[in-house]
Design a protein around this ligand. Structure first.
Ligand code: HEC
Length: 222
């Protein structure tokens, strides 16, 4: 009889154990909200994972562009004569880029045309050649000194100028800064005022002034 009741007792004990285990399970919910807070923290890593997702998307597109460039470069390389032509086309964009910021290279040939013929679109601006010979003459019947050999004289004309270029530039922009001494009866200034045209600084472009200076630097005595 005792053995027959024993399984029933163990069943009761087991049920009591399960019931006892069931009751502590109820305080478990208060732990869940505390666990729910850390689940919010993992949301931030998901935001990082979005960023991580963007970078792989852009990266493959860049990698895809580079392979397309490499074959185009590889094509002209087999023929050496054709390879020299693309390099000449490539330097042109770099020269176009500095153009807005800096003036183009001074050109003595352009300067010679400006000196002799005047300034495009500005007929009222007097030409340099109207007052200056560039070749030696027996009689200087023009207002300004003869420019023949000015490239040799320019550097030592004005002791306050550092270079021939600076002297020639300022001769155009500030004619009264240095006055060429009178040559015999030839008078180049009235008091402290040069007889040279006075407003080239306002009338000429920086490019034109550079070209004129480059041209005058070629006027050496032969
Ligand atoms: C109206 C006449 C006249 C015109 C136009 C003129 N000049 Fe002159 N220029 C003179 C006279 C006069 C002098 C000498 C007086 C002086 O030092 O400014 C002179 C002097 C110079 C000198 C110094 C020469 C030297 O021997 O040291 C330079 C350089 C010069 N001119 C360049 C130019 C240039 C470039 C132009 C055109 C953009 C020009 N001139 C237009 C009259 C003129």
């Amino acid at each position: 009889m005792i053995f027959k009741h024993a399984p029933i007792r163990t069943l009761i004990l087991l049920l009591a154990m399960l019931a006892a285990c069931g009751t502590p399970a109820t305080p478990a919910p208060p732990f869940e909200p505390t666990l729910a807070r850390p689940t919010r923290v993992p949301i931030q890593p998901t935001a990082d994972s979005r960023v991580a997702m963007r970078t792989p998307q852009t990266a493959p597109t860049r990698v895809a562009v580079e392979p397309t460039r490499t074959p185009t470069r590889a094509r002209p390389s087999p023929t050496p004569t054709i390879t020299l032509i693309p390099p000449t086309n490539t330097p042109i964009p770099p020269t176009e880029t500095p153009t807005p910021s800096a003036t183009p290279q001074p050109d003595p040939a352009r300067g010679a045309v400006l000196f002799a013929n005047g300034f495009p679109g500005r007929p009222e601006v007097p030409t340099c050649a109207s007052c200056h010979y560039v070749e030696p003459v027996a009689v200087n019947d023009l207002v300004g000194p003869v420019m023949y050999g000015i490239a040799d004289r320019a550097a030592r004309r004005d002791p306050n100028e550092v270079s021939a270029v600076a002297y020639l530039r300022n001769s155009i922009l500030m004619p009264n800064k240095y006055l060429v001494p009178n040559e015999g009866d030839k008078v180049y200034a009235a008091g402290n005022m040069s007889l040279m045209h006075q407003s080239y600084a306002q009338e000429l472009t920086p490019e034109e002034i550079n070209d004129l200076v480059a041209y005058m630097l070629t006027l050496r005595a032969r």
